[in-house]
Design a protein around this ligand. Sequence first.
Ligand code: NAD
Length: 260
Amino acid sequence: MLKGKVALVTGSTSGIGLAIARGMAAQGADICINGFGDAAAIEKERSGIESDFGVKCIYDGADLSKGPDAEAMIANTIKTLGSVDVLVNNAGIQFVSPIEDFPPEKWDQIIAINLSSAFHTTRAAFANMKAKKWGRVINTASAHALVASPFKSAYVSAKHGIAGLTKTVALEGATFGITANAICPGYVWTPLVEKQIPDTMAARGLTREQVINDVLLDAQPTKQFVTVEEIASLAVYLAGDMAKSITGSVISIDGGWTAE
Ligand code: NAD
């Protein structure tokens, strides 16, 4: 389905991004993965994508808190793989704290990685997509693009922002065969969720089990975590030609969370 296309997935050394990168590769796309982590583990993921799916896969270690790094990653991918046809802006971090104690540098970092990086990558990739009259921008937003939770001021603000960016990019790309959509997962069991448990325990004075059952899964009527494979499958669908009329959409995949 994506043979001859190049997909760049930010924050794909782990969690949702890695599943999306593998999902795109399974459809025949060449891939650029990005993110932090142990060099040997990243190389294993990169070479695994090549050998499992018979596609090319490069790694770019751009630090997406820095605009120039994000731009350079797009240029590097176009130079090495020929294009960026599917851009998945997925990199993200979380920080949990009451607003009066929220460190301003954490606010800046979350806005930079979770929101501004998608502006920088889209800006850099858009001319190439327009010239080809085909493109897909898929932003990993969150249920927190639609509703808030306490103690996540920066994250909720960044995710609401990405919904606005998605709609704007959709309008600008509409006559060029470019779609832009935001995927809004509920809680997915990944390192990002696991890492926020201790802070949520501290912020709310709860045990680990209480955080999992009474805070995280409490939000989801299904009482189950969403899986990374489910998110990847939606992203792959949005990348395909059958999704060409879906644009500017903010799509929930949250076990019913935002229906309440
Ligand atoms: P994760 O921690 O497993 O993965 C985050 C990825 O982003 C990693 O590859 C990490 O190296 C990368 N990253 C972090 N800082 C970076 C930087 N400065 N530059 C480049 N890469 C950087 O988390 P995840 O749960 O897979 O999250 C992926 C996306 O999904 C995020 O945008 C997150 O907000 C969103 N999301 C996650 C959940 C969830 O429950 N896990 C729910 C809704 C939305």
